[in-house]
Design a protein around this ligand. Structure first.
Ligand SMILES: [Zn+2]
Ligand SMILES: [Zn+2]
Length: 109
């Protein structure tokens, strides 16, 4: 898979923007030492910019009805783009292209 170039799209949520499934699927998970946070590292499926987004597991709701067993639970969480490339219209002091997306991860208990 080749990495597409960064798209300097106008900042903000845009549900009609193209979503790159390959980039979303290539995200890696870096659990912290204490296991209460998950860090997602990859490329934004919208703008292809670098994303390093940390989720506090205590703030992530468990999925109603999700299968639980074998010491693994399934989490649905939202990742926000944190790319540092320029996007027109981005509010000062913020990162990313303004897009967010939902992902499902399996987390060992
Ligand atoms: Zn982005
Ligand atoms: Zn970007």
């Amino acid at each position: 898979m080749s990495t597409p170039p960064h798209l300097s799209t106008t900042w903000g949520p845009n549900e009609s923007a193209a979503f790159n499934d390959d980039l979303e699927a290539s995200f890696m998970l870096a659990p912290s030492a204490k296991g209460k946070r998950l860090t997602f590292i990859g490329k934004c499926p919208y703008c292809a910019g670098p994303v390093n987004y940390t989720v506090d597991l205590e703030l992530v709701p468990s999925v109603p009805g999700a299968p639980v067993g074998q010491g693994v639970s399934e989490l649905v969480t939202v990742i926000e783009c944190t790319c540092t490339e320029p996007h027109p219209g981005r509010p000062p002091g913020t990162q990313g292209c303004g897009q967010r997306w939902t992902t499902v991860v399996e987390v060992a208990k």
